[in-house]
Design a protein around this ligand. Sequence first.
Ligand code: LMR
Length: 355
Amino acid sequence: MSKRFLNVLLVGLLILVLAVVVTGCGQSSGEKEVKDSGSKKEAQGPTKENPMVLKFSHVNTADHPKGVAAQRFADLVYERTDGRVKIEVYPSSQLYDDLHAVEALQAGNIHFIAPFSGKLTGYAPSFQLLQFPFLFPTPEDFYRFSDGELGQRLLGNLEKIGLKGLAYWDNGFMHLLNSKRPIRTVEDFKGLKFRIPGGKITEAQYKFFGASAITLPFSEVYAALQQGTVDGLENSLTNIETMKFYEVTKYLTLSNHSYLGYIVITNADWWEGLPDDIRQIMSDTLKEVSQWQREKASKSDQTSLEKLKQTDLEIIELTSDELDKMREAVLPLYQEFEDVVGKDLLQDTIEMTQK
Ligand code: LMR
């Protein structure tokens, strides 16, 4: 091997080693750069340019007191986070009907729902508490429950199923609507088939009345009434009006027999994992919006009754004697279901309403 050839070989090797070193260094600094910008972004959280997009799904119309409150919550959160959090509100079961919304929330596909408490009874049976007939004599009794320790105690039961109850929303008392006959007495229920939102207590209530009950999603009620699959249902005045149930029924009995309270719920793990400032803004905003929602619901209850009086519905007001008889008929339910909701919770709630 000539000396010249050896020199050329050595220079070549040197260039190769240098190239490997330079490329290697370049690669590792490049990777570091990517990681750095990733962690910086995480630390920064969402921005106006790259917002956190969340979904609020519900079954009511957009102009319902639940619908307008969900939208107000979304608007205020957007404003107060300077556009970093964008909540999209999906009304009228557009995204999920009430039978699938809880699973979707548990799976993290949506971030907020606000179902009637009766929709939760398959997951957390204690929520049947709010379905005991004639438990809350006035809306104020329900407010004292939901604003106090008892309301918090009930919300705590959602933790076992990975959910977090954030607030109570409101929709007034349930009344009886049907297409067969005016209901004044227990005998008038005989043979009628009622659609119910769910829950064993409500099912048993209709059995005690001599009627039957089937659970259907809210979105299917109008068609079921129209086709005669069911003869009637129980619901709030606002729901009867906004869902136009008065078009496919004839008689409305103002029974005030149970309360339509909503629970605003999120996924517990997701909520705890949020940046502190965002969680705080959402929590404070929800508190404020919940007060506003209560006023809206109460006004809507009155205006809906006025509107329903203008329809072809026959509206039946019960005497206190008739109401007492209905109450007596379902009294055995209290003992039958006390273990399902928890004896203490039920007793404490009854005592609270009597104070
Ligand atoms: C129902 O009857 O299903 C209602 O509770 C729905 C609702 O959320 O108002």
